[in-house]
Design a protein around this ligand. Structure first.
Ligand SMILES: *Cc1c(COP(=O)(O)O)cnc(C)c1O
Length: 293
């Protein structure tokens, strides 16, 4: 599937003018009418590999609100490829909007218990599910493999990095931020905002990806200060922040990923951690579908 280019828009906010910092938003949420920003990039080279190996079925993993599961189901429908989603948690009914879309687009859902899901790399039960399907190409949870990282690197393909000092993105598996780091120029600082609690593993994960790519950059950090209690968790402050940025500043975010990261950016500006005269590029990684109820 083609990756089209998306606009970069200037974002205005009183905190930014007071602190003398500029923020541009790269609207990767607009890359596709349905597929969530970064997920299409992470699938890009995985789909090429699927073709090259002449595989027949795309199998992947995700929770019930997973943007990645949703993206894979949509890709399957557009390309006419059968898809299977191994879903965390046995109780899927009534289907939420994410899973409803997946089923409408023909994805077969294979629910497994949380305990088995956690063991997904070694579980026999999961191996059995996979072996039921014809020539299965397995994409890991979140599309977070090395091909996913290389795809995420394409997000900076047409960005004039001279115009920026900081590049910021929301992080879950760390694959997207690893791709951005790989593609970054040494003068920019890349910040991945962890949206999960206890994400001290993430820096190691990112380092592992970079090592496999022969990349030894150190112009990056994983910020763990804005998880708001953990994955999928939010408080009133985050909820009203997301509402306000949408209604007063015309930038639609959601509370799972982009809302937390964007909150982090503005807070770091307000605290002077992101310094005066800095030029920030915020990557809008999409995700609005996952916030439907
Ligand atoms: C999946 C997702 C992320 C996290 O991407 P990783 O590569 O897993 O770190 C960030 N933002 C949105 C909107 C997502 O759907």
């Amino acid at each position: 599937m083609k990756l089209k280019s998306v606009p970069i828009e200037s974002f205005q906010h009183p905190i930014l003018s007071q602190c003398g910092v500029s923020v541009d938003v790269k609207r990767d949420d607009l890359i596709h009418p349905v597929i969530s920003g970064n997920k299409l990039y992470k699938l890009h080279f995985n789909l090429a590999e699927f073709d090259r190996k002449k595989m027949k079925t795309l199998i992947t993993f995700g929770g019930a609100y997973s943007n990645h599961l949703h993206a894979v189901a949509c890709v399957g429908k557009e390309l006419g490829v059968p898809t299977v989603g191994i879903v965390r948690g046995e109780q899927l009914l009534p289907l939420n909007p994410t899973l409803k879309d997946c089923v409408t687009w023909g994805m077969i859902l294979e629910p497994v218990s949380r305990a088995i899901y956690r063991q997904k790399n070694k579980s026999e039960q999961i191996q059995e599910i996979i072996s039921k399907y014809n020539s299965a190409y397995v994409v890991p949870e979140g599309g977070g493999n090395l091909l996913g990282v290389k795809g995420a690197a394409l997000m900076l393909g047409d960005v004039q990095q001279d115009n920026y000092d900081v590049i910021a993105v929301a992080s879950g598996t760390g694959a997207t931020v690893a791709g951005l780091i790989y593609a970054s120029e040494p003068h920019v600082k890349v910040i991945g905002f962890a949206t999960l609690k206890g994400a001290s593993w993430m820096a190691g994960e990112v380092e592992g990806f970079l090592k496999q790519l022969g990349c030894h950059k150190s112009n990056w950090e994983i910020n763990c200060d804005y998880h708001f209690g953990g994955y999928g968790k939010k408080n009133n402050e985050l909820a009203s922040f997301v509402d306000e940025i949408g209604s007063c500043y015309a930038l639609d975010l959601e509370p799972i990923y982009t809302g937390k990261a964007f909150y982090g950016v503005l807070d770091m500006v307000a605290r002077g951690v992101i310094k005066e005269n800095s030029r920030v590029l915020f990557i809008h990684s999409g995700g609005l579908q996952g916030a439907r109820t």
